[in-house]
Design a protein around this ligand. Structure first.
Ligand code: IMP
Ligand code: MG
Length: 178
């Protein structure tokens, strides 16, 4: 067990790199099998999914493409408050098989919003590949096709995930110590 400190919080090793990569390899094998012949476009959601995307792509052996998007939050002028706008998608996805690559699905609201935005562009099919899901916090129904690991509700960092911008660089995933 390894303990790290980020700002006011302490974290301890939760998922070692070896275990993460084993599950990422399994997900890649599922995708290689399911999406052969479709030339899928992987849409990686920055910043959190950069490490997962890299390790996943290295294990794909089918013809495929990758693109990177960001969800920019800003305070909306409407009463709904926070709005998340999709930026960076220059690809034409009409008629294509699209796979959204996410780091973590928590309430699922971010993913729901992203799905709506992408569906409006008329892809043939949208699949979701996520490194992590917190099933107990999920508030909406989502077609999550590929999950590396389900985890409890605790806050985690590492392997792309951050606490206040820090901790993305760690190769293992750490969980907060209360
Ligand atoms: P959702 O809209 O509630 O599903 O939130 C998803 C986003 O919240 C993810 O893309 C992460 O940026 C962030 N997030 C949720 N849980 C964690 C966590 O445990 N550590 C770091 N970021 C998290
Ligand atoms: Mg994210």
């Amino acid at each position: 067990m390894n303990t790290i400190q980020i700002k006011d919080k302490s974290f301890t090793t939760f998922l070692p790199e070896e275990q993460i990569l084993k599950e990422v390899t399994r997900v890649a094998e599922e995708i290689n099998r399911d999406l052969a012949g479709t030339n899928p476009l992987f849409i990686s959601v920055l910043n959190g999914s950069f490490m997962f995307t890299a390790d996943l792509m290295k294990r794909l052996t089918i013809p495929c493409e990758v693109s990177f998007v960001k969800l920019a939050s800003y305070e909306g002028t409407s009463t709904t408050g926070k709005v998340k706008e999709l930026v960076g998608l220059n690809d034409d996805i009409e008629g294509r098989t699209v796979v959204i690559v996410e780091d973590i699905i928590d309430t699922g609201l971010t993913m729901q919003r992203l799905l709506e935005t992408l569906r409006a562009r008329n892809p043939k099919e949208i699949r979701i590949a996520t490194l992590l899901v917190k099933p107990d916090k999920l508030k909406v129904e989502l077609p999550i096709n590929y999950v590396a690991m389900n985890i409890p509700n605790d806050f985690i960092v590492g392997y792309g995930l951050d606490y206040d911008g820090l901790g993305r660089n760690y190769r293992d995933i750490y969980t907060v110590i209360e």
